[in-house]
Design a protein around this ligand. Structure first.
Ligand code: PLP
Length: 494
């Protein structure tokens, strides 16, 4: 970054109008101030109104000029348009009244880590291209494995073990990468028809999408039946595998979920793992949401049996105060992953890789390029300490217990599935239509935002529509839960 101005001296090619270091300092302070004021507003509850953006489709697009500016624009104008053009179309994920989907926590240390990563402007596809990207990531994922109770076999042991962790963009990419590693282990590089994968009927759509992207096919994923708790039935899994084998197909991959998206249901890893061992199938565990809670020993019953898994994934970008994107994937044996994804054109060859002395994370993911995402995770873990992260999770679990108690005490509502961690699933006893209408009124009010799902819940296990109250926002406190419940009660009266 130039220090002074952008004047080209005689004979130089004309310079692009770079921001000078002095401008960057001044404008950088303004942007940090803008973010801090936004956070303070969220804290007070005035900046996050309405929580769900109320614009109509096309409003933001139309508010922008039809053509890109030919000449450099003033920063005052650029920043002004953030307020004018962008903010009306922002749904406030960091609002304390955001209860939709699952949380996507943001925090000061994570934002600063991201900023620093951008400031360095590095790309870590090979160890050589930025050794710190690789080595900080390896160490931080070893820490995270230990912090969340994963067996040591998932850690890298400083690149001495066969296992190890890697940061992916999302849980969907983690599922894809695990699936291609499983395919590699099962059939190598051969083109094989009739491969089949299994996940519970409650699994996230990313498992099917992984099969679509991997070319295995949407229909190759078998939805396995669940029990009354919506957990995968290991006997049903075993039967499905047997019947596929009898039909000449090749089972190769099972995805178990710890904390399903709809209701937070938990598949029994121990008995599913035993089936996978008997049948020689790869077991991937999708703990995208619930994995963060494993920092608290009291929740680790959910991952009992994880030592039988080949790969395990959770998203620090959901509930562990690390800004999107940051999805942690561990494998017990990296060789299948590397065999599946490694390709070495001449222009990437270098001495460190050739000597096999280093981790090249490009071989553990789909893209080549990779950002320094470990920096924000490192900052988060050091800023909060493991103890601070436990406090964060426990506060939300306590608030979810409170919400569950309030909803259960109102005879117009029913809780439709066992509460899991920060997720409470409930509905109006009067049925699907009134429940959906209640959600629409609440979200249109702008006071809060929650979402719905449909599933075989309640007596008789028919498919019903229910609301999901997902509590996990960094700023959500008891008063927000009580206010949300008041709003839900009042809107239910209408
Ligand atoms: N798996 C589960 C259980 C989820 O709840 C989600 C998202 O909420 C995903 C996978 C997909 O996550 P991502 O957006 O990181 O791909």
């Amino acid at each position: 970054m130039p220090d002074n101005d952008n004047e080209a001296s005689a004979g130089d090619a004309p310079a692009a109008p770079h921001m000078t270091a002095a401008e960057f300092r001044a404008r950088g302070r303004e942007v940090i101030d803008w973010i801090a004021a936004y956070m303070e507003g969220l804290e007070r509850g005035d900046a996050g109104r309405p929580v769900l953006s109320q614009i109509t489709p096309g409003d933001v697009y139309r508010a922008m000029p039809e053509h890109a500016p030919e000449r450099s624009e003033a920063w005052d104008d650029i920043l002004r348009d953030v307020d004018k053009v962008v903010m009306p179309g922002v749904t406030h994920w960091q609002s304390p009244d955001f209860f939709a989907y699952f949380p996507a926590n943001s925090s000061g240390p994570a934002i600063l880590g991201d900023l620093l990563a951008s400031g360095l402007g590095v790309n870590g596809f090979l160890w050589q291209t930025c050794p710190s990207i690789t080595e900080v990531e390896t160490r931080v994922l070893d820490w995270l494995a230990e912090m969340t109770g994963l067996p040591e076999a998932f850690t890298s042991r400083g690149n001495r073990g066969p296992g190890g962790g890697v940061i992916q963009g999302t849980a969907s990419e983690a599922a894809l990468v695990a699936m291609v590693a499983a395919r590699q282990r099962a059939v190598g590089d051969r083109a094989v028809d009739g491969l089949v994968a299994y996940s519970s009927s409650q699994a996230h759509s990313s498992v099917t999408k992984a099969a679509m992207v991997a070319g295995i096919g949407r229909d190759a994923v078998r939805p396995v039946a669940v029990d009354a708790q919506l957990s995968m039935r290991p006997e049903a899994l075993e039967e499905a595998i047997k019947s596929d084998r009898a039909a000449g197909r090749t089972p190769f991959f099972v995805c178990a979920t710890v904390g399903t998206t709809s209701t937070g249901a938990v598949d029994p890893l121990g008995s599913i793992g035993a089936v996978c061992e008997r049948e020689g199938l790869w077991l991937h565990v999708d703990a995208a949401y619930a994995g963060a809670a494993m920092v608290c020993p009291e929740h680790r019953w959910m991952i009992e049996g994880v030592e039988r898994a080949d790969s395990y994934n959770f998203n620090p970008h959901k509930w562990l105060l690390t800004n999107f994107d940051c999805s942690a994937l561990w494998v017990q044996d990296r060789s299948a992953l590397i065999k599946a994804l490694s390709i070495s054109p001449e222009y990437l060859k270098n001495a460190a890789s050739d000597a096999g002395a280093v981790v090249d994370y490009r071989d553990w993911q789909v893209p080549l390029g990779r950002r320094f995402r470990a920096l924000k995770l490192w900052f988060v873990i050091r800023h909060y300490g493991v103890e601070g992260l436990r406090t964060h999770i426990r506060s939300h679990v306590r608030l979810a217990e409170l919400f569950e108690t309030l909803a259960a005490a109102d005879e117009r509502f029913e809780i439709v599935a066992p509460r899991r961690l920060g997720l409470v699933c409930f509905r109006l006893k009067t049925g699907d239509g009134p429940t959906r209408a209640l959600m629409e009124r609440l979200n249109a009010s702008g006071d809060l935002f929650l979402t719905h799902s449909v599933g075989p819940v309640g007596p008789g296990a028919e498919s019903r529509l229910f609301l999901r109250m997902a509590i996990g926002g960094a700023r959500t406190q008891e008063r927000h839960i009580r206010a949300a419940w008041d709003a839900i009660r009042q809107h239910a009266d209408r």
